[in-house]
Design a protein around this ligand. Structure first.
Ligand SMILES: Cc1cc2nc3c(=O)[nH]c(=O)nc-3n(C[C@H](O)[C@H](O)[C@H](O)COP(=O)(O)OP(=O)(O)OC[C@H]3O[C@@H](n4cnc5c(N)ncnc54)[C@H](O)[C@@H]3O)c2cc1C
Ligand SMILES: *[C@@H]1O[C@H](CO)[C@@H](O)[C@H](O)[C@H]1NC(C)=O
Length: 433
Protein backbone atom coordinates (compact mmCIF):
# COMPACT_ATOMS: atom_id res chain seq x y z
CA UNK A 1 0.00 0.00 0.00
CA UNK A 2 1.23 3.49 -0.85
CA UNK A 3 1.36 5.83 2.16
CA UNK A 4 -0.73 8.88 1.32
CA UNK A 5 0.82 12.27 1.99
CA UNK A 6 -0.66 13.99 5.05
CA UNK A 7 -2.21 17.38 4.29
CA UNK A 8 -0.84 19.98 6.69
CA UNK A 9 -3.78 22.01 8.00
CA UNK A 10 -3.76 25.47 9.49
CA UNK A 11 -5.88 25.00 12.64
CA UNK A 12 -7.14 27.68 15.00
CA UNK A 13 -7.98 26.66 18.57
CA UNK A 14 -9.98 29.27 20.48
CA UNK A 15 -9.17 29.10 24.21
CA UNK A 16 -6.10 27.81 26.02
CA UNK A 17 -7.65 25.94 28.94
CA UNK A 18 -7.15 22.23 29.49
CA UNK A 19 -9.27 21.36 26.43
CA UNK A 20 -7.55 23.88 24.16
CA UNK A 21 -4.00 22.94 25.15
CA UNK A 22 -4.66 19.21 24.92
CA UNK A 23 -6.36 19.56 21.53
CA UNK A 24 -3.62 21.82 20.17
CA UNK A 25 -0.93 19.38 21.27
CA UNK A 26 -2.74 16.35 19.88
CA UNK A 27 -3.27 18.00 16.46
CA UNK A 28 0.29 19.33 16.32
CA UNK A 29 1.57 15.84 17.12
CA UNK A 30 -0.55 14.63 14.17
CA UNK A 31 1.45 16.97 11.92
CA UNK A 32 -0.67 20.14 11.72
CA UNK A 33 0.09 23.81 12.27
CA UNK A 34 -1.91 24.94 15.29
CA UNK A 35 -2.48 28.39 16.76
CA UNK A 36 -4.19 28.99 20.11
CA UNK A 37 -5.96 32.31 20.66
CA UNK A 38 -6.36 32.77 24.41
CA UNK A 39 -8.12 35.73 25.99
CA UNK A 40 -6.05 35.80 29.18
CA UNK A 41 -2.78 37.72 29.17
CA UNK A 42 -0.78 35.02 30.93
CA UNK A 43 -1.75 31.39 31.34
CA UNK A 44 -3.45 30.93 34.66
CA UNK A 45 -5.71 28.35 36.17
CA UNK A 46 -7.28 28.10 39.54
CA UNK A 47 -7.74 24.80 40.64
CA UNK A 48 -8.53 14.81 37.41
CA UNK A 49 -7.67 11.09 35.83
CA UNK A 50 -6.93 10.33 32.20
CA UNK A 51 -3.52 8.99 32.88
CA UNK A 52 -3.50 6.48 30.04
CA UNK A 53 -3.68 9.16 27.35
CA UNK A 54 -1.26 11.41 29.24
CA UNK A 55 1.20 8.51 29.49
CA UNK A 56 0.92 8.00 25.71
CA UNK A 57 1.77 11.65 25.30
CA UNK A 58 5.03 10.98 27.16
CA UNK A 59 4.01 12.57 30.46
CA UNK A 60 4.55 9.59 32.80
CA UNK A 61 7.75 10.90 34.38
CA UNK A 62 6.40 14.46 34.61
CA UNK A 63 3.30 13.23 36.46
CA UNK A 64 5.39 11.08 38.77
CA UNK A 65 7.58 14.08 39.53
CA UNK A 66 4.74 16.35 40.58
CA UNK A 67 2.44 13.72 42.04
CA UNK A 68 4.31 10.51 42.93
CA UNK A 69 2.76 10.61 46.36
CA UNK A 70 -0.73 11.44 45.05
CA UNK A 71 -1.73 8.11 43.54
CA UNK A 72 -5.22 7.89 44.90
CA UNK A 73 -5.70 5.03 47.38
CA UNK A 74 -9.26 5.35 48.62
CA UNK A 75 -12.38 7.45 48.50
CA UNK A 76 -14.40 7.76 51.70
CA UNK A 77 -18.01 8.84 51.90
CA UNK A 78 -18.74 10.32 55.34
CA UNK A 79 -21.84 11.42 57.22
CA UNK A 80 -21.93 15.20 57.41
CA UNK A 81 -22.74 15.54 61.12
CA UNK A 82 -19.99 13.50 62.68
CA UNK A 83 -17.65 12.33 59.95
CA UNK A 84 -18.66 8.66 60.34
CA UNK A 85 -17.26 6.73 57.38
CA UNK A 86 -20.22 5.24 55.49
CA UNK A 87 -18.35 3.79 52.57
CA UNK A 88 -14.81 3.26 51.39
CA UNK A 89 -14.06 2.73 47.70
CA UNK A 90 -10.74 1.25 46.74
CA UNK A 91 -8.51 3.03 44.27
CA UNK A 92 -4.81 2.31 44.46
CA UNK A 93 -3.06 -0.64 42.91
CA UNK A 94 -6.21 -2.63 42.36
CA UNK A 95 -7.77 0.11 40.22
CA UNK A 96 -4.44 0.96 38.57
CA UNK A 97 -4.15 -2.62 37.35
CA UNK A 98 -7.73 -2.85 36.26
CA UNK A 99 -7.62 0.42 34.34
CA UNK A 100 -4.06 0.41 33.05
CA UNK A 101 -2.85 3.42 35.01
CA UNK A 102 -3.06 5.05 38.42
CA UNK A 103 -5.47 7.84 39.35
CA UNK A 104 -3.50 10.90 40.38
CA UNK A 105 -4.99 13.56 42.60
CA UNK A 106 -4.00 16.67 40.65
CA UNK A 107 -4.75 20.32 41.08
CA UNK A 108 -6.33 21.70 37.90
CA UNK A 109 -3.65 24.39 37.77
CA UNK A 110 -0.92 21.74 37.81
CA UNK A 111 -2.54 19.74 35.01
CA UNK A 112 -2.96 22.96 33.03
CA UNK A 113 0.75 23.73 33.60
CA UNK A 114 1.84 20.28 32.44
CA UNK A 115 -0.24 20.59 29.25
CA UNK A 116 1.01 24.14 28.63
CA UNK A 117 4.63 22.96 28.83
CA UNK A 118 3.83 19.99 26.61
CA UNK A 119 1.99 21.91 23.88
CA UNK A 120 3.68 25.30 23.56
CA UNK A 121 6.95 24.14 21.91
CA UNK A 122 4.87 22.69 19.05
CA UNK A 123 2.25 25.38 18.53
CA UNK A 124 1.77 29.12 18.24
CA UNK A 125 0.32 30.40 21.51
CA UNK A 126 -1.13 33.90 21.46
CA UNK A 127 -2.20 35.30 24.83
CA UNK A 128 -4.27 38.50 25.25
CA UNK A 129 -6.19 37.40 22.16
CA UNK A 130 -9.91 37.47 22.93
CA UNK A 131 -12.10 36.63 19.97
CA UNK A 132 -15.40 38.47 19.62
CA UNK A 133 -16.95 36.46 16.80
CA UNK A 134 -16.21 33.84 14.18
CA UNK A 135 -17.18 33.46 10.55
CA UNK A 136 -17.83 29.72 10.28
CA UNK A 137 -17.87 29.71 6.47
CA UNK A 138 -14.57 31.36 5.63
CA UNK A 139 -13.61 30.19 8.34
CA UNK A 140 -12.07 32.94 10.43
CA UNK A 141 -12.03 34.42 13.91
CA UNK A 142 -12.18 38.12 14.73
CA UNK A 143 -10.16 39.43 17.68
CA UNK A 144 -11.24 42.34 19.85
CA UNK A 145 -8.43 44.33 18.22
CA UNK A 146 -10.34 43.94 14.95
CA UNK A 147 -7.75 41.59 13.49
CA UNK A 148 -9.19 38.68 11.54
CA UNK A 149 -7.39 35.32 11.55
CA UNK A 150 -8.23 32.75 8.87
CA UNK A 151 -7.73 29.00 9.11
CA UNK A 152 -8.73 25.71 7.49
CA UNK A 153 -10.48 24.59 10.66
CA UNK A 154 -11.65 26.31 13.84
CA UNK A 155 -11.98 24.48 17.14
CA UNK A 156 -13.87 26.16 19.96
CA UNK A 157 -12.20 25.31 23.27
CA UNK A 158 -13.51 28.47 24.88
CA UNK A 159 -15.34 26.90 27.78
CA UNK A 160 -18.79 27.17 29.22
CA UNK A 161 -19.60 30.59 27.75
CA UNK A 162 -18.28 29.63 24.32
CA UNK A 163 -18.54 32.29 21.63
CA UNK A 164 -17.74 29.69 18.99
CA UNK A 165 -20.78 27.67 20.12
CA UNK A 166 -22.94 30.80 19.76
CA UNK A 167 -22.24 30.67 16.03
CA UNK A 168 -24.36 27.56 15.62
CA UNK A 169 -26.64 26.86 18.53
CA UNK A 170 -29.34 29.06 19.99
CA UNK A 171 -31.24 29.65 23.23
CA UNK A 172 -32.22 26.28 24.68
CA UNK A 173 -28.81 24.86 23.86
CA UNK A 174 -26.99 27.34 26.04
CA UNK A 175 -25.28 26.33 29.25
CA UNK A 176 -27.51 26.80 32.27
CA UNK A 177 -27.01 27.37 35.95
CA UNK A 178 -27.73 24.15 37.84
CA UNK A 179 -28.65 25.99 41.06
CA UNK A 180 -25.58 24.53 42.76
CA UNK A 181 -22.50 26.52 43.66
CA UNK A 182 -18.99 25.48 44.58
CA UNK A 183 -16.54 26.98 47.06
CA UNK A 184 -12.96 26.01 46.31
CA UNK A 185 -9.70 26.60 48.13
CA UNK A 186 -6.27 25.10 48.77
CA UNK A 187 -4.74 24.95 52.26
CA UNK A 188 -0.99 24.78 52.93
CA UNK A 189 -0.01 21.51 54.58
CA UNK A 190 1.66 23.34 57.50
CA UNK A 191 -1.64 24.94 58.45
CA UNK A 192 -3.52 21.68 58.07
CA UNK A 193 -1.07 19.75 60.21
CA UNK A 194 -1.38 22.29 63.05
CA UNK A 195 -4.91 21.03 63.56
CA UNK A 196 -4.79 17.50 64.99
CA UNK A 197 -8.24 16.53 63.62
CA UNK A 198 -7.17 17.43 60.08
CA UNK A 199 -3.81 15.71 59.99
CA UNK A 200 -5.20 12.38 58.80
CA UNK A 201 -6.41 14.09 55.59
CA UNK A 202 -2.80 14.46 54.42
CA UNK A 203 -1.39 11.23 55.80
CA UNK A 204 -2.32 9.14 52.77
CA UNK A 205 -3.56 10.09 49.30
CA UNK A 206 -7.26 9.62 49.88
CA UNK A 207 -10.39 11.55 48.94
CA UNK A 208 -12.93 12.33 51.68
CA UNK A 209 -16.47 13.30 50.72
CA UNK A 210 -18.91 14.44 53.43
CA UNK A 211 -22.48 14.07 52.20
CA UNK A 212 -25.44 15.92 53.69
CA UNK A 213 -28.74 17.64 52.91
CA UNK A 214 -28.38 19.83 49.78
CA UNK A 215 -24.58 19.92 50.18
CA UNK A 216 -21.39 17.98 50.02
CA UNK A 217 -17.82 18.69 50.94
CA UNK A 218 -14.73 17.17 49.31
CA UNK A 219 -11.10 17.24 50.56
CA UNK A 220 -7.94 15.59 49.28
CA UNK A 221 -4.21 16.12 49.40
CA UNK A 222 -2.35 17.32 46.28
CA UNK A 223 1.25 18.26 45.36
CA UNK A 224 2.69 15.15 46.99
CA UNK A 225 0.27 15.63 49.88
CA UNK A 226 1.77 19.02 50.77
CA UNK A 227 -1.48 20.92 50.20
CA UNK A 228 -5.11 20.15 50.94
CA UNK A 229 -7.50 20.80 48.05
CA UNK A 230 -11.05 21.49 49.20
CA UNK A 231 -14.34 21.90 47.36
CA UNK A 232 -17.68 22.53 49.00
CA UNK A 233 -20.84 22.18 46.95
CA UNK A 234 -24.16 23.73 47.93
CA UNK A 235 -27.65 23.92 46.42
CA UNK A 236 -28.18 27.60 47.16
CA UNK A 237 -29.41 29.01 43.85
CA UNK A 238 -27.10 31.99 44.42
CA UNK A 239 -27.68 34.24 41.41
CA UNK A 240 -24.91 36.57 42.48
CA UNK A 241 -22.15 33.95 42.39
CA UNK A 242 -19.88 34.29 39.37
CA UNK A 243 -19.04 31.61 36.92
CA UNK A 244 -15.39 32.50 36.93
CA UNK A 245 -12.29 30.89 38.31
CA UNK A 246 -11.23 34.00 40.16
CA UNK A 247 -14.26 35.41 41.96
CA UNK A 248 -13.52 36.00 45.61
CA UNK A 249 -16.35 35.12 47.90
CA UNK A 250 -17.11 35.49 51.55
CA UNK A 251 -15.70 32.78 53.73
CA UNK A 252 -18.22 33.54 56.44
CA UNK A 253 -20.94 32.70 53.94
CA UNK A 254 -19.39 29.31 53.42
CA UNK A 255 -18.98 28.71 57.15
CA UNK A 256 -22.64 29.57 57.66
CA UNK A 257 -23.61 27.07 54.96
CA UNK A 258 -21.81 24.27 56.79
CA UNK A 259 -22.93 25.08 60.34
CA UNK A 260 -23.51 21.89 62.31
CA UNK A 261 -21.27 19.77 60.08
CA UNK A 262 -18.26 17.78 61.13
CA UNK A 263 -16.45 20.75 62.71
CA UNK A 264 -13.10 20.16 61.00
CA UNK A 265 -12.90 22.90 58.49
CA UNK A 266 -11.28 27.07 56.60
CA UNK A 267 -9.95 30.64 55.69
CA UNK A 268 -10.44 32.14 52.17
CA UNK A 269 -12.36 30.67 49.31
CA UNK A 270 -13.60 31.21 45.77
CA UNK A 271 -17.22 30.67 44.83
CA UNK A 272 -18.49 29.49 41.45
CA UNK A 273 -21.83 28.78 39.91
CA UNK A 274 -21.97 25.24 38.59
CA UNK A 275 -23.23 25.11 35.04
CA UNK A 276 -24.11 22.30 32.72
CA UNK A 277 -26.24 21.97 29.61
CA UNK A 278 -28.54 19.67 27.72
CA UNK A 279 -26.62 17.69 25.14
CA UNK A 280 -26.14 19.93 22.08
CA UNK A 281 -27.91 18.92 18.86
CA UNK A 282 -24.61 18.88 17.04
CA UNK A 283 -20.95 19.62 17.68
CA UNK A 284 -20.18 20.39 14.04
CA UNK A 285 -21.23 23.58 12.27
CA UNK A 286 -23.11 22.98 8.97
CA UNK A 287 -20.16 24.66 7.21
CA UNK A 288 -18.15 21.55 8.16
CA UNK A 289 -15.22 23.73 9.25
CA UNK A 290 -15.98 24.44 12.92
CA UNK A 291 -16.27 22.15 15.93
CA UNK A 292 -16.15 22.29 19.73
CA UNK A 293 -14.23 20.51 22.48
CA UNK A 294 -14.36 20.42 26.29
CA UNK A 295 -16.79 22.50 28.31
CA UNK A 296 -17.84 24.38 25.16
CA UNK A 297 -19.76 21.30 23.98
CA UNK A 298 -20.34 19.14 27.08
CA UNK A 299 -20.20 21.19 30.28
CA UNK A 300 -20.86 18.97 33.29
CA UNK A 301 -21.16 19.25 37.02
CA UNK A 302 -17.85 18.37 38.71
CA UNK A 303 -19.42 15.63 40.88
CA UNK A 304 -17.58 12.85 39.09
CA UNK A 305 -14.46 14.93 38.43
CA UNK A 306 -14.60 14.11 34.73
CA UNK A 307 -14.61 17.49 32.96
CA UNK A 308 -10.89 17.58 32.30
CA UNK A 309 -10.83 13.89 31.45
CA UNK A 310 -13.51 14.35 28.79
CA UNK A 311 -11.61 17.31 27.31
CA UNK A 312 -8.44 15.21 27.01
CA UNK A 313 -10.38 12.37 25.36
CA UNK A 314 -11.80 14.88 22.84
CA UNK A 315 -8.23 15.96 22.06
CA UNK A 316 -6.94 12.42 21.59
CA UNK A 317 -9.84 11.55 19.28
CA UNK A 318 -9.37 14.62 17.05
CA UNK A 319 -5.60 14.08 16.86
CA UNK A 320 -5.96 10.45 15.85
CA UNK A 321 -8.58 11.23 13.19
CA UNK A 322 -6.74 14.20 11.69
CA UNK A 323 -3.54 12.20 11.38
CA UNK A 324 -5.21 10.68 8.29
CA UNK A 325 -6.25 13.75 6.31
CA UNK A 326 -4.97 14.07 2.76
CA UNK A 327 -7.42 16.56 1.19
CA UNK A 328 -9.25 19.67 2.49
CA UNK A 329 -12.63 18.23 1.46
CA UNK A 330 -12.19 15.51 4.06
CA UNK A 331 -12.51 17.92 7.01
CA UNK A 332 -16.34 17.68 7.35
CA UNK A 333 -16.16 13.86 7.23
CA UNK A 334 -13.55 13.76 9.99
CA UNK A 335 -15.47 16.24 12.15
CA UNK A 336 -18.61 14.12 11.83
CA UNK A 337 -16.52 11.10 12.76
CA UNK A 338 -15.33 12.96 15.87
CA UNK A 339 -18.91 13.79 16.83
CA UNK A 340 -19.99 10.25 16.09
CA UNK A 341 -17.29 8.75 18.32
CA UNK A 342 -17.44 11.24 21.20
CA UNK A 343 -21.06 12.30 21.53
CA UNK A 344 -22.57 9.36 23.36
CA UNK A 345 -19.62 8.90 25.69
CA UNK A 346 -19.49 12.56 26.73
CA UNK A 347 -23.27 12.77 27.08
CA UNK A 348 -23.38 9.70 29.33
CA UNK A 349 -20.72 11.08 31.66
CA UNK A 350 -22.52 14.43 31.63
CA UNK A 351 -25.72 12.68 32.78
CA UNK A 352 -23.97 10.56 35.44
CA UNK A 353 -22.30 13.72 36.78
CA UNK A 354 -25.67 15.46 37.06
CA UNK A 355 -27.19 12.47 38.89
CA UNK A 356 -24.46 12.31 41.54
CA UNK A 357 -25.54 15.64 43.09
CA UNK A 358 -29.01 14.56 44.24
CA UNK A 359 -27.63 11.22 45.48
CA UNK A 360 -25.08 12.94 47.71
CA UNK A 361 -27.53 15.67 48.75
CA UNK A 362 -30.39 13.54 50.12
CA UNK A 363 -32.08 15.28 53.07
CA UNK A 364 -32.06 13.37 56.38
CA UNK A 365 -34.97 10.94 56.20
CA UNK A 366 -35.92 7.46 54.98
CA UNK A 367 -34.13 7.66 51.62
CA UNK A 368 -30.94 8.91 53.25
CA UNK A 369 -31.15 6.22 55.96
CA UNK A 370 -31.65 3.56 53.34
CA UNK A 371 -28.64 4.85 51.39
CA UNK A 372 -26.44 5.02 54.48
CA UNK A 373 -27.53 1.62 55.82
CA UNK A 374 -26.74 0.05 52.46
CA UNK A 375 -23.27 1.60 52.46
CA UNK A 376 -22.63 0.69 56.11
CA UNK A 377 -23.64 -2.93 55.69
CA UNK A 378 -21.43 -3.20 52.64
CA UNK A 379 -18.44 -2.09 54.71
CA UNK A 380 -19.35 -4.34 57.63
CA UNK A 381 -19.71 -7.39 55.42
CA UNK A 382 -16.43 -6.67 53.70
CA UNK A 383 -14.65 -6.34 57.06
CA UNK A 384 -16.28 -9.49 58.40
CA UNK A 385 -15.29 -11.50 55.33
CA UNK A 386 -11.76 -10.16 55.54
CA UNK A 387 -11.58 -11.38 59.15
CA UNK A 388 -12.85 -14.80 58.05
CA UNK A 389 -16.16 -14.44 59.86
CA UNK A 390 -19.26 -16.27 58.67
CA UNK A 391 -21.79 -14.04 56.90
CA UNK A 392 -25.23 -15.27 55.72
CA UNK A 393 -25.08 -15.89 51.95
CA UNK A 394 -28.10 -13.66 51.20
CA UNK A 395 -26.34 -10.76 52.92
CA UNK A 396 -23.20 -11.40 50.92
CA UNK A 397 -25.29 -11.55 47.73
CA UNK A 398 -26.93 -8.15 48.34
CA UNK A 399 -23.61 -6.55 49.05
CA UNK A 400 -22.02 -8.22 46.03
CA UNK A 401 -24.78 -6.84 43.79
CA UNK A 402 -24.13 -3.30 44.98
CA UNK A 403 -20.43 -3.75 44.38
CA UNK A 404 -21.01 -5.14 40.88
CA UNK A 405 -23.30 -2.28 39.89
CA UNK A 406 -20.66 0.21 40.92
CA UNK A 407 -17.96 -1.77 39.17
CA UNK A 408 -19.93 -1.65 35.92
CA UNK A 409 -20.23 2.13 36.24
CA UNK A 410 -16.56 2.51 37.08
CA UNK A 411 -15.55 0.27 34.21
CA UNK A 412 -17.65 2.31 31.81
CA UNK A 413 -15.88 5.44 33.03
CA UNK A 414 -12.28 4.24 33.32
CA UNK A 415 -11.82 1.18 31.10
CA UNK A 416 -12.77 3.17 28.04
CA UNK A 417 -9.74 3.54 25.77
CA UNK A 418 -10.20 6.55 23.49
CA UNK A 419 -7.15 5.74 21.37
CA UNK A 420 -8.33 2.22 20.68
CA UNK A 421 -11.93 3.25 20.02
CA UNK A 422 -10.82 5.85 17.48
CA UNK A 423 -8.44 3.44 15.76
CA UNK A 424 -11.17 0.83 15.50
CA UNK A 425 -13.59 3.36 14.09
CA UNK A 426 -11.01 4.37 11.52
CA UNK A 427 -10.17 0.81 10.48
CA UNK A 428 -13.84 0.07 9.84
CA UNK A 429 -14.88 3.38 8.30
CA UNK A 430 -11.80 4.64 6.48
CA UNK A 431 -13.11 3.61 3.08
CA UNK A 432 -16.15 5.90 3.45
CA UNK A 433 -13.98 9.05 3.49
C1 LIG B 1 -15.93 24.08 40.49
C2 LIG B 1 -15.40 23.18 39.44
C3 LIG B 1 -14.66 22.08 39.80
C4 LIG B 1 -14.16 21.21 38.84
N1 LIG B 1 -13.47 20.12 39.26
C5 LIG B 1 -13.06 19.23 38.35
C6 LIG B 1 -12.40 18.05 38.76
O1 LIG B 1 -12.16 17.80 39.96
N2 LIG B 1 -12.02 17.16 37.80
C7 LIG B 1 -12.27 17.39 36.48
O2 LIG B 1 -11.90 16.55 35.65
N3 LIG B 1 -12.89 18.49 36.07
C8 LIG B 1 -13.30 19.43 36.96
N4 LIG B 1 -13.94 20.54 36.53
C9 LIG B 1 -14.18 20.75 35.09
C10 LIG B 1 -12.92 21.01 34.31
O3 LIG B 1 -12.18 22.01 34.93
C11 LIG B 1 -13.22 21.41 32.87
O4 LIG B 1 -14.22 20.56 32.40
C12 LIG B 1 -11.97 21.24 32.02
O5 LIG B 1 -10.94 22.03 32.57
C13 LIG B 1 -12.16 21.60 30.56
O6 LIG B 1 -12.31 22.98 30.43
P1 LIG B 1 -12.15 23.73 29.06
O7 LIG B 1 -10.70 23.83 28.69
O8 LIG B 1 -13.09 23.18 28.07
O9 LIG B 1 -12.69 25.17 29.44
P2 LIG B 1 -12.03 26.31 30.35
O10 LIG B 1 -11.16 25.75 31.38
O11 LIG B 1 -13.17 27.18 30.77
O12 LIG B 1 -11.10 27.10 29.34
C14 LIG B 1 -11.61 27.98 28.36
C15 LIG B 1 -10.49 28.91 27.94
O13 LIG B 1 -10.93 29.69 26.87
C16 LIG B 1 -10.60 31.04 27.09
N5 LIG B 1 -11.60 31.87 26.41
C17 LIG B 1 -12.91 31.99 26.74
N6 LIG B 1 -13.53 32.81 25.88
C18 LIG B 1 -12.58 33.22 24.99
C19 LIG B 1 -12.60 34.09 23.87
N7 LIG B 1 -13.72 34.73 23.49
N8 LIG B 1 -11.46 34.27 23.17
C20 LIG B 1 -10.30 33.62 23.55
N9 LIG B 1 -10.23 32.81 24.62
C21 LIG B 1 -11.36 32.60 25.33
C22 LIG B 1 -10.62 31.20 28.59
O14 LIG B 1 -9.83 32.31 29.01
C23 LIG B 1 -10.07 29.86 29.05
O15 LIG B 1 -8.67 29.86 29.15
C24 LIG B 1 -14.42 21.44 37.47
C25 LIG B 1 -15.16 22.56 37.10
C26 LIG B 1 -15.68 23.40 38.07
C27 LIG B 1 -16.52 24.56 37.65
C1 LIG C 1 -18.31 3.15 11.59
O1 LIG C 1 -19.16 4.27 11.41
C2 LIG C 1 -20.53 4.07 11.77
C3 LIG C 1 -21.30 5.33 11.38
O2 LIG C 1 -20.65 6.47 11.81
C4 LIG C 1 -20.62 3.72 13.24
O3 LIG C 1 -21.95 3.49 13.62
C5 LIG C 1 -19.75 2.49 13.54
O4 LIG C 1 -19.79 2.22 14.91
C6 LIG C 1 -18.32 2.75 13.08
N1 LIG C 1 -17.50 1.57 13.33
C7 LIG C 1 -16.72 1.42 14.43
C8 LIG C 1 -15.91 0.17 14.53
O5 LIG C 1 -16.65 2.25 15.32
Amino acid sequence: MVEKQLLNLNILVIGGGIAGLATAYSLAAAGHTVTILEAAASPKEVGADVTRILFRWGLASKLEEIAHNDRMLNTYLCRYKNGEILASYAGGDEAAQRYGGPSYLLHRADLHGVLYDLATPHIIYRGSSRITTINPHEPSAVLDSGESVVADLIIGADGIRSIVRDAFVGGSQQARYTGDSAYRFVLPGDDVNKVPELRSLLERPTVSVWVGPQKHFVAYGIRNQQNLNVAAFVEDADQSAEYSWTSESDTDGMRAQFKGWDPRRSPTTLKYKIMDSQPLKTWVHPSGRVTLVGDACHPMTPYRAQGAAMAIEDAECLGKLFSHITRLEQIPFLLKAYENIRFERATTIQRLSAESGPYYHLPDGPAQQERDDRMRSEMEVRDALAKGEIVPPEVVATVENGRKTRQIEDDAQYKYDMTQVTEKWWAENESAM
